[in-house]
Design a protein around this ligand. Structure first.
Ligand code: NAP
Length: 308
């Protein structure tokens, strides 16, 4: 295929999409583009006012956009449960779940339930959310779950002996890498489990290379200084996620990222399939992480009722 663009997104009319972290950066742009293609979008945001403001901006541009905001704090499993319960009560289908929200190297902190903030938000929050919404996802023909990982998956390690950095000194980048490797292990393990029950639901992943956004608000000044020079703009970065989420040819378990090799390790450029690290392909680690995540979040994934 020639260079993939937003024009390649199939019509989304009649489809329902949830985008987490939809009030800024990549999540906002994903939600915006999906409404332009006719999807009914639920912008799941942790701050009510920011969610409403995002919806207002999109509706100002496109008065007919079908979009509402809803409260979802990925760092609080009670909020995740509330969001999912309300969603399941109100909706008859979920075609697209985009697990996008996330934090990068915030000051050391814990989630409401005491998990290391990045692992808890980026991985465990989305793990619990997907598990709770799964019955509706399985019942929706052609549904897809797309989870946003990062180049940091190459650096990440899953330290089962100390997932929450309780026994080692907290290293923000190691914690981010662990959470983003966990995202990609989740993409692949979810697909294996969907395959095992003969479901047609697809689990795909993306990484936006380096895209200028609010994400680096806590990163070093050097990062902020380099960002305008090296990073790509949001509309290009989000193509990775939107291709993973909507391209009919994107297979379950595929992973999408920017392609330009000349700019520092594929941090920018048109979207193409990205390399999955050896660690992310480790099925034994993925299975162990799945079991630990179910236990930590109290989420039981039930795969019955899937449509072949
Ligand atoms: N930008 C990049 O270069 C890059 C590279 C690799 C991966 N990524 C990934 O891309 C995703 C989006 O990042 P971005 O670059 O668009 O950054 P961003 O502009 O900072 O957006 C992150 C979004 O996540 C939300 N969020 C943070 N904590 C949350 C929580 N506890 N519950 C619900 N939502 C929460 C933020 O909400 P608030 O506004 O309330 O904070 C915001 O809407 C992240 O998963 C990130 O790891 C980005």
């Amino acid at each position: 295929m020639a260079r993939w663009t937003f024009d390649d997104i199939p019509c989304q009319a009649g489809r329902t999409a949830v985008v987490t972290g939809a009030n800024s950066g990549l999540g906002f742009e994903a939600a915006r583009q999906l409404t332009l293609k006719g999807a009914n979008v639920i912008a799941a945001c942790r701050h009510r006012d920011k969610g409403r403001e995002a919806v207002r901006r999109i509706r100002d541009e496109s008065p007919n956009a079908s979009i509402v905001s809803a409260s979802l704090d990925l760092a609080d499993l009670e909020s995740v449960a509330r969001f999912a319960d309300e969603f399941l009560a109100e909706h008859r289908r979920l075609d697209l779940l985009i697990n996008n929200g996330g934090v990068l190297t915030p000051p050391e902190d814990k989630t409401k339930q005491g998990f290391e903030l990045q692992f808890g938000t980026n991985h465990l929050g989305h793990f619990a959310l997907t598990g709770r919404l799964l019955p509706l996802i399985l019942a929706t023909q052609g549904a897809r779950v797309t989870t946003v990982s990062s180049l940091a998956q190459y650096l990440g390690r899953i330290e089962f002996a100390d997932l929450q950095f309780d026994r080692r000194s907290h290293q923000p980048w190691a914690a981010y890498g662990q959470s983003k490797l966990a995202n990609l292990l989740f993409v692949l393990e979810l697909q294996r489990r969907l395959d095992a029950v003969g479901s047609t639901v697809r689990s795909t992943g993306s990484h936006p290379g380096w895209t200028a956004s609010d994400l680096t608000r806590n990163a070093s000044p050097m990062f902020r200084w380099l960002e305008p020079v090296v990073a790509q703009k949001t509309p290009l970065g989000v193509q990775t996620t939107l291709r993973a989420a909507t391209d009919p040819e994107a297979a379950g378990g595929s992973f999408w990222g920017p392609s330009r090799p000349s700019r520092a390790f594929g941090v920018a450029g048109p979207v193409r399939q990205a390399r999955i690290s050896v660690r992310a392909r480790d099925a034994a680690v993925a299975e162990q992480l799945w079991d630990v995540s179910e236990r930590l979040t109290g989420t039981s994934y039930v795969f019955v009722g899937s449509r072949a």
